[in-house]
Write a protein that binds this ligand. Sequence first.
Ligand SMILES: C[S@@+](CC[C@H](N)C(=O)[O-])C[C@H]1O[C@@H](n2cnc3c(N)ncnc32)[C@H](O)[C@@H]1O
Length: 226
Amino acid sequence: MPKPSNEIIRSQDGSHTLMSGQFDTTYHSTHGAIQESNHVFIEAGLDYLVDIKPDIEPIHIFEMGFGTGLNALLSLLWAEQHQRTIIYHSIEAYPIEKATWQAVNYPELLHIEPQRFHQLHEVSWNERCGITSNFHLHKISSPIEELDLNQDIDLVFYDAFGPGTQEELWRPPVLNITTDLIVKDGVLVTYCAQGAFRRHLIALGFDVARLDGPPGKRQMIRAVKG
Ligand SMILES: C[S@@+](CC[C@H](N)C(=O)[O-])C[C@H]1O[C@@H](n2cnc3c(N)ncnc32)[C@H](O)[C@@H]1O
């Protein structure tokens, strides 16, 4: 049976997100997709990492859930702005359709040529591709449960659908597949602030902080590996 397709919807900051036909939930906060990605992954993640590790170069990011490619795009723009090198590894089991990534309004809202965003979707899966001199993209076409990645990771963007939708991705043993990759003092950020998830991270040896969430969300989690 073909999987149900995704519907493009406008979030409150004007940026698009998708309603997943397969999972019956949205890819981002409906309060603002770009706003949420910037708050959780760029500011609480990338900005924080270079605050605590100013000399880190390159930065290896692992993203759980490539989705629309919005987090990858914001990281590409950050790398350019900060003149830092990012190797961005991102796993996705259910890539979105071409007509969908061609239609989302991120290039327009971020004032970039559409081709710069589309390139992130067009490059091959399962190999490391140079997008710019300081942004390299390694898209992994696989379920997280079968991840085969031999790479130390400095920063994780844990951007799975929420525990209400995919509870198994927010606890061991699946959670450990990602946390095992993280170096000592490496960082995991996520929009989710669920108590059970927080306790799993603590049991796995992380120092866990609950930070203010993006608009519309009280809290988020940032965890540093001990
Ligand atoms: C919240 S969305 C990610 C949003 C994305 N980071 C972005 O910037 O648009 C969660 C993603 O996880 C993917 N996913 C769901 N189950 C998965 C699994 N078992 N393994 C890998 N990816 C999965 C979904 O297809 C979806 O793209």
